[in-house]
Design a protein around this ligand. Structure first.
Ligand SMILES: Cc1cc2nc3c(=O)[nH]c(=O)nc-3n(C[C@H](O)[C@H](O)[C@H](O)COP(=O)(O)OP(=O)(O)OC[C@H]3O[C@@H](n4cnc5c(N)ncnc54)[C@H](O)[C@@H]3O)c2cc1C
Length: 376
C-alpha cells in the first residue's frame, strides 16, 4: 500500500486512481474515485492535505508531493458524479441531518435502490460546511450541485425539519440513520454573559462580537481559526489564545498560516484562568502562561500552568472554540454500541454524532460504510 493511503480518512484508493490517470484512462480514474468518495469537490478543497495524503506522499523525499487534491478536483470537474440508480428495492431509509455523513449515506443507499428521505433542521444541506465554514474559504454553490444530484437519484429532502425522536421515524421507515453531527460546544468554566460567545454560534451570526475593537478567540482547531479569520475580516484586532504551542494546534497548518498572514495574533502557551464581568458583560480576563511537559494520552505534549505568571487584560469580546460534542437526546432509550447500529435494530448512528468532532473525509467514509452495512 502506498504511504499516503492509510492517512486518507475517506479511504480513497489513491494509487489506483493515480495509475489509471497516469496511463491516460481518466474515466477509469474518476470511477475509482467516485466508488469511494462521491464528493471530491468537498475533500479536494477542505481536507487537511498536509496531515493526510500530501503530507505522507513518498515524493516529498524528492522535493514535491503528488498533487492528489488537484487530481481529485480535476477528475470531479471533468467527469460528472454518477447518478444512475438500480431499480427501487422497496426499502425505505430516514436520515436525520444533512451533513457530509448523511449525504454520503444517501448517495450510496439511493444508488442501490433504497428510497431515502433526509430530515434537516436547517434550511439547506451541508451540515457544518453550510453553517460553520465561512464563505471566504469555500464556495457553497458546490452544495447546490450535490443536492441537485441526490434529488436526481430520488433522495427527498425535508429542510427546516428538526427531529426530536428518531424512534418515531422507525415506525414509517425500515432504517433510521442519525447523522446529527457534534453541535454542543464545550464552554469550560465560562459564564453566560454578554460578549462571550461560542464559536459555532459566532460563525452562524458574525455580528455577535458587536462593536468591540479587539476580540479574543480561545482555542486552536478549525473552528477557532475560522472564527479568528472572520473576526479579522470584520476589522477587529484578533488575538488567538492557545494553551499549547503552535506546533500542537489541531487546525490545518495551511489555515494557521493564512490566519497569521491576515494579521491574527497568536498568543501561544497561554490559557484563560478566569473572566471578570461588569454589569452582565465581559470586562477583563486573567491569562496565565503555560509550559509543555511529557506527552499526554492524546499523544500531544501535556501543558502546565506557570505559577505566578497571571496577568489581567481588558476584554470586550471572547469567542470560545474548545471542542464540540454530539447531542443525542433524539435517540431516546436507544444506546450506543461499538459499530454503526445502536441497541435498537434498524437505528444507526454515524459521522461526528458517533465519533465526536472529526472531519469531512471521515464523515464521508462513515456514510459509505454505514450504507454498506445496511446493503450487506
Ligand atoms: C467551523 C468548522 C470548520 C470546519 N472545517 C473543516 C475543514 O476545513 N476540513 C474538514 O475536513 N473538516 C472541517 N470541519 C469538520 C467537519 O465539517 C465535520 O467533521 C463534518 O461536517 C461532520 O459531518 P456530519 O455529517 O457528521 O455532521 P454535520 O456536518 O455537523 O451535520 C449534521 C447535521 O445534522 C443537523 N441536525 C442536528 N440535529 C438535528 C435534528 N435533531 N434534526 C434534524 N437535523 C439535525 C445539523 O443541522 C447538521 O446540518 C469543520 C467544522 C466546523 C464546525
Amino acid at each position: 500500500m502506498p504511504k499516503c493511503e492509510p492517512f486518507c480518512p475517506c479511504g480513497n484508493h489513491i494509487r489506483d486512481f493515480f495509475l489509471a490517470a497516469k496511463s491516460g484512462d481518466y474515466e477509469l480514474a474518476a470511477s475509482i474515485l467516485y466508488s469511494v468518495n462521491p464528493f471530491p469537490e468537498l475533500t479536494s478543497a477542505l481536507c487537511d492535505h498536509e496531515r493526510q495524503c500530501r503530507g505522507h506522499c513518498v515524493k516529498n523525499r524528492m522535493g514535491a508531493p503528488v498533487e492528489i487534491p488537484s487530481m481529485e478536483a480535476a477528475l470531479g470537474k471533468a467527469f460528472p458524479r454518477p447518478t444512475a440508480v438500480k431499480g427501487i428495492n422497496g426499502k425505505s431509509v430516514a436520515i436525520i441531518g444533512a451533513g457530509p455523513a448523511s449525504l454520503s449515506a444517501s448517495y450510496f443507499l439511493a444508488k442501490e435502490g433504497y428510497s431515502v428521505e433526509v430530515f434537516e433542521k436547517e434550511q439547506g444541506i451541508g451540515g457544518a460546511i453550510l453553517t460553520g465554514i465561512p464563505d471566504f474559504r469555500f464556495n457553497k454553490s458546490a452544495l447546490s450541485s450535490i443536492e441537485a444530484d441526490l434529488r436526481k437519484m430520488g433522495v427527498k429532502f425535508h429542510l427546516g425539519t428538526k427531529v426530536e425522536n428518531a424512534l418515531e421515524l422507525k415506525k414509517s421507515h425500515d432504517y433510521v440513520l442519525v447523522a446529527v453531527g457534534a453541535e454542543k460546544e464545550n464552554k469550560a468554566f465560562l459564564p453566560q454573559a454578554e460578549g462571550i460567545v461560542g464559536g459555532l454560534d459566532y460563525l452562524r451570526n458574525p455580528e455577535k462580537a458587536g462593536d468591540a475593537k479587539t476580540a479574543y478567540v480561545w482555542g486552536g482547531g478549525n473552528v477557532a481559526m475560522d472564527c479568528a479569520r472572520t473576526l479579522i475580516r470584520k476589522g477587529k484586532r484578533t488575538i488567538l489564545i492557545y494553551r499549547r504551542s503552535r506546533a500542537e494546534m489541531p487546525a490545518a497548518k495551511a489555515e494557521i498560516e493564512e490566519a497569521l498572514s491576515e494579521g491574527v495574533e497568536l498568543c501561544e502557551l497561554t490559557n484563560i484562568k478566569d473572566v471578570h464581568l461588569l454589569n452582565g458583560r465581559i470586562d477583563s480576563m486573567t491569562l496565565i502562561k503555560m509550559r509543555l511537559g511529557e506527552p499526554d494520552e492524546s499523544g500531544r505534549a501535556s501543558f502546565h500552568e506557570i505559577e505566578g505568571s497571571e496577568e489581567t487584560v481588558p476584554c470586550e469580546a471572547l469567542v470560545y472554540a474548545l471542542g464540540e460534542k454530539p447531542v443525542l437526546d433524539l435517540l431516546i432509550d436507544a444506546s450506543i454500541e461499538e459499530g454503526y447500529q445502536t441497541s435498537k435494530p434498524g437505528i444507526y448512528l454515524l459521522g461526528d454524532a458517533r465519533l465526536g468532532a472529526k472531519n469531512i473525509a471521515t464523515a464521508i467514509k462513515e456514510g459509505r460504510q454505514c450504507a454498506q452495512e445496511i446493503i450487506g
